[in-house]
Ligand binder design. Structure first.
Ligand code: SF4
Length: 529
């Protein structure tokens, strides 16, 4: 799939994508400000939530303009394109799509007609009743047009179609009628020609915050985006709340009773460390996870190193609690992202080294504790352990700052299918053997939850426990659909391992596949990768 400049490849192995996660949304209402530029920098701060396409829509009060394309925010926009996006209202979106929906048509914001004008919409999350909603669209608007007619296959296109509304309805009235019908995880930021709207599902699965500018308002997926555009944090958009901002100011309405079930994985991996969710700093939560991990799984060692960058806060916590020195044993090339030129076969065989390179002088002869946030398929950790041994590590002890992931997510994070998750069906020691570590310890569910400082009943932990807080359609409980994303789902940005999965050598994958089939023994730490 060509990137924004037509030259770059999406990743090395399109059929071997890692987990995908929720997108990033940003909205601004600020007369007198350059709202397109504010959105650009807001999206820049949310780039980690979606790296495949980006888009911004603006309105000057009478017409909506939109620009979107495949690629990173910095690839999609330049001074020239931003300068054409005039107005005082804007909606922005960064997205990572699933296989089959990596297309311009599915990029956001989406555009749709309403009874009184136009709607532009950005969505972070994933609906669980898309099929039912699509039926409703067909019933209400038999002549399909708009995004769906243009080939958009996401749940966001279905919401956009539903926002068409009855002839005498304002967009606000239509939204209040449509929002209670949506099931699943959704943070919506949308606008018509005169008004900015923000809505969050009753469970508040994904984060969404409200900020204040001197001359206006901002809504964003994470507080870090507020910081970057100079907005002060006001509060979270409440679960089940619709916020409306126009020249009359800000209004709030409830469309459903709040039943908070925030995604615990935002604290573990997804959100930026400099973001605060439900009053808890993500960095602090991760450091605490590391401390608890040290208490739960101590081991004698010489050095604690993180898998950069996502394992760093937990590694700091582990080192603090254990008294074992913290060090950087791996150097990350920050510029190898999800979108880069496909390397030659020779370079590809270097696999993980495209992304991480060991500091041999630091790790040689040392007993290492390697801290990472999660294990999905295990390919990354296997390659990492092998690389560290090759670089001279005496022992490699892997510590994971979350419990084993054993269930898929239907609320906006596309982990590997259940069959591909290494912890499904394998005991911890079998996972240890598979990745070739001397020891392996996962943080307990209790430890993870305590570190977030959130009451257990206000969190979703389904990917660790299989207890889904929002009911799933029956068909998703059974048969092959349980292992796959819903066909018309939204699909968003990359989760843990995804960037490394993309650069792992095919040989390592083949070995993994054979091992899982029982054709070669697990756990020969000295085997070549
Ligand atoms: S299943 Fe996991 S990733 Fe998905 S919302 Fe729940 S905690 Fe988050």
């Amino acid at each position: 799939m060509p990137g924004g400049d037509g030259l770059l490849n999406h990743d090395l192995l399109p059929n071997e994508k890692g987990p995908q996660d929720a997108c990033g949304v940003f909205g601004v209402w600020a007369p007198g400000e350059e709202v397109a530029k504010l959105s650009y920098f807001g999206l820049y701060a949310l780039q980690h939530r979606g790296q495949e396409s980006a888009g911004i829509a603006t309105s000057d009060g009478s017409k909506i303009l939109i620009y979107k394309d495949m690629g990173l925010v910095s690839q999609v926009f330049n001074e020239a394109s931003l300068s054409t996006l005039l107005g005082h209202i804007a909606v922005g979106h960064t997205r990572y799509s699933t296989t089959g929906s990596s297309s311009w048509q599915n990029a956001q914001p989406t555009l749709g007609r309403t009874s009184s004008g136009t709607v532009a919409l950005g969505h972070n999350g994933n609906l669980t009743n898309t099929a039912e909603l699509l039926e409703l669209v067909r019933e209400r608007y038999p002549k399909v047009d708009g995004e769906l007619a243009r080939g958009n296959t996401t749940d966001t296109a279905v919401i956009t179609a539903l926002l068409t509304g009855d002839l005498d309805h304002t967009l606000e009235a239509t939204a209040l009628e449509v929002l209670p019908r949506l099931r699943g995880a959704y943070c919506l930021v949308f606008m018509d020609e005169t008004t900015l709207y923000a809505a969050r599902d009753p469970q508040g699965v994904r984060p969404l915050v409200l900020g204040r500018l001197e001359r206006g308002w901002v809504v964003a997926s994470e507080t870090a985006a507020l910081d970057i555009v100079g907005a002060s944090f006001v509060r979270e958009v409440e679960p089940g709340e619709l916020i409306t901002i126009d020249e009359n100011g800000l209004r709030t309405q409830r469309f459903a009773k709040a039943d908070p079930k925030g995604c615990v994985f935002e604290y573990v991996y997804l959100a930026r460390p400099d973001t605060t969710i439900a009053g808890r700093g993500v960095h602090e939560a991760r450091v605490e996870m590391g401390r608890k991990l040290a208490a739960e799984y101590p081991v004698e060692a010489d050095l604690v190193i993180p898998t950069p960058e996502s394992g760093t806060p937990a590694a700091i916590g582990y080192a603090q609690a254990s008294g074992i020195p913290f060090g950087q044993g791996l150097v990350k090339n920050s510029y190898v992202g999800r979108t880069f030129i496909a390397p030659s076969q020779t370079i590809r065989q270097r696999g993980i080294r495209l992304k991480l390179n060991p500091l041999k002088n630091v790790i040689k002869g040392k007993r290492l504790i390697v801290v990472d946030d999660s294990i999905v398929r295990g390919n990354t950790q296997r390659a990492l352990v092998s690389m560290l041994r090759e670089a001279g590590a005496a022992e490699v002890h892997v510590r994971i700052s979350s419990p084993p992931i054993t269930w898929p997510c239907f609320y906006g994070i596309d982990f590997a299918s259940r069959a591909e998750l290494i912890a499904t069906g394998l005991e911890v020691d079998e996972v240890r053997q598979s990745i070739g570590a001397d020891s392996l310890g996962y943080l307990s569910e209790d430890g993870m939850i305590e570190a977030t400082e959130q009451p257990r009943e206000r969190l979703c932990t389904a990917c660790f426990t299989g207890v889904y807080p929002i009911a799933l359609p029956e068909s998703q409980h059974l048969g092959k659909n349980l292992l796959e994303r819903p066909a018309a789902s939204n699909g968003c940005d990359p989760g843990p391992d995804s960037d490394l999965e993309a650069v792992l050598a095919p040989a390592a994958r083949q070995e993994e596949a054979l091992a899982r089939l029982g054709q070669v023994p697990f756990g020969d730490p000295g085997r070549p990768e």
